[in-house]
Write a protein that binds this ligand. Sequence first.
Ligand SMILES: CC(C)(COP(=O)(O)OP(=O)(O)OC[C@H]1O[C@@H](n2cnc3c(N)ncnc32)[C@H](O)[C@@H]1OP(=O)(O)O)[C@@H](O)C(=O)NCCC(=O)NCCS
Length: 155
Amino acid sequence: MTFALRPTLPADALAVHAVMMAAGMDPRSSWVRTSVADVEWSLGKGGGVLALQEGVAVGCVGYRPDGFRTLTLNKLATRPEARGRGLGTALVQAVEQQARAGGFGRVLLAVSQYNLGVISFYERLGYVVSTDCYAFAHPDSPPPVVLVKTTGGPL
Ligand SMILES: CC(C)(COP(=O)(O)OP(=O)(O)OC[C@H]1O[C@@H](n2cnc3c(N)ncnc32)[C@H](O)[C@@H]1OP(=O)(O)O)[C@@H](O)C(=O)NCCC(=O)NCCS
């Protein structure tokens, strides 16, 4: 089954939220307390990409600038039944493409201390653990692990 990617619209906040909540994240992570309003607000700070399969949202990712050189990636999720077919990779690459188009030199993301298993997924895509800060870290959560990938623009 193929999927289509398209930029998110403000009205997609509900669909993005539903995919995020279906992702099976650890209940201790701030992710599971994210509201639809939070999603709409966050996407409005940058943008996002929605993955659709036969019109149903099966994956999502968001992005938000941190200054002029860094595009942060957030809210990456695919529905469990859609996994292992390259959808997560395609969504990450869509954000990297957005970074290049916007002249951002790198993509930066944060992995929750409750989700460290996903680090190898990002490392396979060329991301490297960094000592940089994630500007939008949740104040009540343990400090996340930050990963960065250079995307070719100015650093
Ligand atoms: C991470 C995620 C988006 C990957 O989606 P996907 O559609 O399965 O991605 P792809 O098909 O492109 O890649 C799958 C590969 O990544 C690996 N992978 C995915 N999640 C992984 C994890 N948590 N730990 C280790 N490996 C993982 C799979 O084992 C698979 O490897 P394979 O190709 O050797 O079989 C999906 O697992 C997900 O939504 N997880 C829950 C939410 C999450 O952790 N988001 C990241 C927040 S920082």
